[in-house]
Design a protein around this ligand. Sequence first.
Ligand SMILES: Cc1ncc(COP(=O)(O)O)c(C=O)c1O
Length: 386
Amino acid sequence: MKFKTQLLHSGAGADTQTGALTTPIYQSSTFTYGTAAQGKARFAGEQPGFIYSRMGNPTVQALEQQLAALEGADEALVVASGMAAVSSIFYALVSAGDEVAFIDPVYGGTAAFLINTLSRAGIKVSRYLSDDDLVANINPGTKLVLFEPITNPNLKVSDYRKVKAAAAKTGAITVCDNTFLTPYLFKPLAHGIDLVMHSGTKYLSGHGDIIAGVVAGRSELMQQVRTIALKHIGAPIGPQEAYLLQRGLRTLALRMDAHLAGAAKVAGFLAQHPLVAKVIYPGLTSDAGYPVLAETVGAFGGMVSIELAGGFNRAARFLDQLQLFTQAVSLGDLESLACHPASTTHAAMDASSRLAAGVTDDLIRLSIGVEDPADLIADLQQALQA
Ligand SMILES: Cc1ncc(COP(=O)(O)O)c(C=O)c1O
């Protein structure tokens, strides 16, 4: 089945209880098991059935089955946020004394979790500034490597083939945060990456109305992540959010096509504008990431970043002039959003790490929505001129 068809037809199908075509919202925290003997059997895992929504819920399960099919995974897990996905992966798969690696930049919350919190659990966290740096310098004890194929916020491209080669040297588990590409554009598991994760808050749900996280991969790893995420950290997604995420998924391909087309047009406009010091968009043939994405993905995402020389003040003046772009963090919504990462999404990082990762005070991140690109370009034009 082609991906666009899978978006509508993969997973559990109609509700088995009622025949409802869309999955009902099972808004219940607990589930009766009838008799004490059946309760005992369910808790022992000898009898199927739901027990308690922190550990499993029919609405969430239907969504997980669909996502597993879309990712080509044995199993998928949906949790309360992208950060719940990140933290559950690390707490499940590494222990005190282990070493983990990430290619910087990553989303600022992920970097802050790794550097400020995970390291307090006795785990050594090493950051590398590119896929080449990882290949050349990966420490021998590394157990897990996290990367974003298009980094947040400065859209640097990491080649999954280099990450895999580096991880193979130490036998490390590879984790791809694929929030920016989604399984419509890239399926890391099909290319030998061990786990894929997303902030489901972004393109997967697509409407800016929920917070969610997704992890998918083979059962042996997923069972460990599931136990930590649900039983120990306790970060399940609620059934309402699961319903909305499943509804959003149905239009993923349609939305992504519009985001991609809009981003290409907006980047083309910005690239020739004399007031823009730098345009970062991996679909520009001049961009360092272009050949890698052209070869491995064949698409360039819906994000465009720019630098206006002049630090926070100039960036703020530009942002405050925008009328159609909304100033807000997050991305992948239907509406176009604009933010200044150094003072918002990446403010928790210390300034020198931020600069080393290329997240400068000049940087502005644009999430291109599905509006008519001509209107977006007109808005950017008037804000630049002002
Ligand atoms: C690439 C990436 N990963 C993870 C996250 C964290 O996701 P959430 O905000 O859903 O916790 C974000 C949030 O912006 C992100 O952009």
